[in-house]
Design a protein. Sequence first.
Length: 177
Amino acid sequence: MRRSFQGVWVCRAVVCALFFVGLDVSAADKLDLGDVTETHVMVPMRDGKRLSGYLYLPAGKGPWPGVFEQRYASLKGRGTRQLAAQLAAEGYGVLHVNFRGAQESEGTWVGYRALAWGELQDGYDTCEWLARQKWCTGKIGTFGSSQGGFAQNFLAVTRPPHLTCQYMVDTGLSLFQ
């Protein structure tokens, strides 16, 4: 019985270690992304603050449609970076961006209040910044689950002119219900 109990704790320790190691992977760490380029960008907001993001572009000149995800969590994990590179390889400009005050983004974390209508509209500003990039067709989509899904709900009510589609997973269906 003792061996089984120790085995459970060893498994838990290994899983925890792998989880935390995955969070600490730096975007500067070498990761084979094929022909996709990965660039750290600071996206300007209407109040002068900048949100930290990582932009992934396919090889070539474009133009390509842009897609983005907003989140609080780290953007530096291998899985996050590999997903972005896979989307980029399919012909999209992909931006993973952190919420205001999260990770390397400037400003103060105020929850989702900086994402919807009101004085701050970080989702709107991110969408329109992405649409103005020289490599972009001007068509923008969003994706994400959980916190990334809720961020899309808040973005939708601001109605950015270049937002053409959203793919939400594991999130509320409406801000009004």
